[in-house]
Design a protein around this ligand. Structure first.
Ligand code: 13P
Length: 243
């Protein structure tokens, strides 16, 4: 799976980027998703209609509706054509003080609305330097993922905070260590069958020139891509690396 997170980038002219992606998509190819800013979501799903491109949101509120000025509900994302929602991205955790408990509650809300959740976890550089990476990831996995996870409703993205937007990536061994650990935790909690079926994405400075080697790591089922998803040429090269 190749998932693009456009973050707070793009106004309507940026939608033309997706046109160049369509030829790289097929029903038997890798699943491809873009999560644009909320203002572009409905426009993007209309433009992608009839193609294999899926669209998603970047966050949703924990409540189904109500007096929450400026927020977006899971049902609104569905109404705009979303099939997925990214939850607990490190930028949400730091910019909006989102806790594991909030991410877990949002994930439950998203499931009720019929969305699939991409739950993000990842350590800071200080946490890695303190040899605490697996402790942090274990806590985030336990705290952010609700009971009832399946391979259909959950995707987990491992995004080391220090690798996001920096051009730095962990070694392949470091990526493999964390992905194996997440897989083992999911199998232990949800059973082997479910744990094996949840897709695990790596995110953080994935580019056309490092995508193939990252995809060769065990338990890496794809990527959550920020900057390189904004340009069709780069994102299509990453999609091609999944084939
Ligand atoms: P970059 O690919 O720009 O490092 O961003 C990764 C990310 O945060 C995707 O959610």
């Amino acid at each position: 799976m190749a998932a693009g997170n456009w973050k707070m980038n793009g106004t309507s002219p940026a939608l033309s980027e997706i046109d160049a992606l369509f030829e790289h998509l097929s029903a038997d190819g890798p699943e491809v998703l873009i999560c644009p800013p909320a203002t572009l979501l409905a426009l993007m799903t209309e433009r992608a209609a009839g193609s294999e491109l899926k669209c998603g949101g970047q966050d949703c509120h924990v409540a189904a509706s109500g007096a929450h000025t400026g927020d977006i509900s899971a049902n609104m994302l569905v109404d705009a054509g979303a099939e997925y929602v990214i939850l607990g991205h490190s930028e949400r955790r730091s910019d909006h003080a989102e806790t594991d408990a909030m991410v877990r509650a949002k994930t439950e809300t998203a499931w009720v609305a019929g969305l699939r959740s991409i739950v993000c976890v990842g350590e800071t550089e200080a946490e890695r330097d303190a040899a605490n990476t697996l402790g942090i990831i274990g806590g985030q996995i336990a705290g952010s993922i609700p009971d009832g996870a399946t391979g259909e409703n959950l995707v987990v993205a491992y995004e080391p905070v220090w690798a996001i937007g920096t051009g730095r990536t962990p070694t392949l061994d470091q990526i493999g260590e964390v992905h194996d650990f997440i897989r083992a935790r999911l199998e232990k909690r949800f059973g082997e069958g479910v744990g094996r079926s949840v897709r695990l994405l790596y995110g953080g400075s994935v580019k056309p020139d490092n995508a193939s080697e990252i995809f060769s790591v065990s338990n890496v089922d794809g990527a959550l891509v920020g900057g390189a998803s904004l340009k069709a040429q780069d994102f299509s090269a990453i999609i091609a690396a999944l084939r």
